[in-house]
Design a protein around this ligand. Structure first.
Ligand code: PLP
Length: 412
């Protein structure tokens, strides 16, 4: 086995404290004690605001916060900490890019390309900005095996394309998109590629330099870190010229008043995009989460989840095929550990509630991807089981047995 999920589980207090089979990892992950302790340690030992005080506590807090930028930069293969902007979450990161590019650089007739598998976070900001700037929003569909239709994408890209915003891994289908290929297509016409890495960064190696992407957004809470901290990676060449959309403290070097008016000098990267007091402890918690993942190795995380997903798909196919309809590619080389499905014609909330009675936590509904469900003709939403490094085979075995029981109950 590429990793030992049984010893990993020992690090997660909640998994010991609660009797739960936690299959809702795409929504948020559980936290290891190392992250919890790093947060506690910050508040107990060096809590202060950063960059402001000349006192020692502030210096220590600033150092830890700045170090977190370095840890993240290294983790995703960024060239420098200057390319790492801490935000609240993926949603905020994507809104910042959409507004910063949209307000200053998009014009009437420009085109933005997204895909039908986007989470609302990577769809709605572009929809709003396209309306504001009278740009066109083009939406690429899927093939019959739940993969992105690259042919349609190639036919849609043109000299008018300014932005391609695409998810790296679908939070419903688990489909992994070939963002390196899409980046090449974008760059050929001088467009920018923005990647939603909310589901990929926690589960597989992601290297922005190898992928040659311009922006990447992801959330700490889905990768063992705390809530309220997320990352916007931006290629330095773009960030240098990009204007912030949030103004105030810390993002400014000087604000000069000449008696009548003011003029301003923006701060250096990445601080010019981090207005106000940031989530210092969140950044420290996230960097501890990354240290934890680095110790396991992201290649191992991916390999484990691949084999685990294969096992779950096989069990459902062999034993429940007549009752369970799975949405997503079957080829685990191109799929993450996300399995969305419906049971007969039952509402997904019914199934999720029944699973919960057996202490199995899954998500049900549209998973913030309502257009995708509509596109697939799924009217009521779906049930989603999503896996992580601390899930074990016995949990899948139990899940399959419980599903069988539920189906039997529903049929009676
Ligand atoms: N994008 C994808 C693919 C997601 O799965 C999610 C979260 O579910 C998001 C964006 C939004 O993440 P957050 O709620 O942390 O902003």
């Amino acid at each position: 086995m590429p990793l030992d999920p049984y010893s990993i589980r020992e690090d997660f207090p909640l998994l010991k404290n609660r009797k739960v089979i936690y299959f809702d990892n795409a929504a948020t992950s559980q936290k290891p004690r190392q992250v919890i302790e790093a947060i506690k340690n910050f508040y107990e030992q060096f809590n202060a605001n950063i960059h402001r005080g000349l006192h020692r506590l502030s210096e220590e807090a600033s150092e830890a916060y700045e170090n977190a930028h370095e840890v993240v930069a290294k983790f995703i293969g960024a060239k420098s900490y200057e390319e790492i902007i801490f935000v609240r979450n993926t949603t905020e990161a994507l809104n910042i890019v959409a507004y910063a590019i949209g307000l200053y650089d998009l014009n009437e007739g420009d085109e933005i390309i997204v895909t039908i598998m986007e989470h609302h976070s990577n769809l709605l900001p572009w929809y709003v900005i396209a309306k504001l700037r009278k740009a066109k929003l083009k939406i690429i569909g899927l093939t019959s095996d739940y993969k992105l239709n690259y042919e349609e994408l190639e036919n849609t890209i043109s000299e008018k394309t300014r932005v391609i915003a695409v998810t790296h891994m679908s939070n419903v289908l688990g489909t992994i998109n070939d963002v390196k290929r899409i980046a090449k297509l974008a760059h050929e016409v001088g467009a920018i590629i923005v990647v939603d890495g909310a589901q990929s960064v926690p589960h597989m190696p992601v290297n922005v330099s190898h992928l040659d992407i311009d922006f990447l957004a992801f959330s700490g809470h889905k990768m063992l870190g705390p809530t309220g901290i997320g990352v916007l990676y931006g290629r330095k060449d773009f960030l240098v010229d990009l204007k912030p959309i949030l103004y105030g403290g810390d993002m400014i070097k000087a604000v000069n008043f000449n008696g009548k008016s003011i003029n301003i000098k923006l701060n250096d990267l990445p601080w010019k995009f981090e207005a106000g007091s940031p989530n210092i402890v969140g950044a420290i918690g996230l960097s501890e989460a990354i240290n934890y993942l680095n110790k396991i190795g992201m290649e191992n995380v991916r390999a484990y989840e691949e084999s685990f997903t294969r096992y779950m798909l096989r069990r459902i196919d062999e034993e429940l095929k007549d009752y369970v309809n799975i949405y997503g590619p079957r080829d685990v080389n191109e799929k993450g550990g996300i399995i969305s499905f419906n049971v007969m014609n039952y509402h997904p909330h019914v199934i999720a509630t029944m699973l919960d009675k057996y202490n199995i936590a899954v998500r049900s509904g549209f998973h913030c991807a309502q257009p995708l469900h509509q596109y697939l003709g799924i009217t009521q939403g779906s049930v989603r089981a999503s896996l992580y490094i601390y899930n074990v085979r016995e949990e899948i075995d139990y899940f399959i047995e419980v599903l069988k029981k539920i189906i039997k109950e529903l049929k009676e």
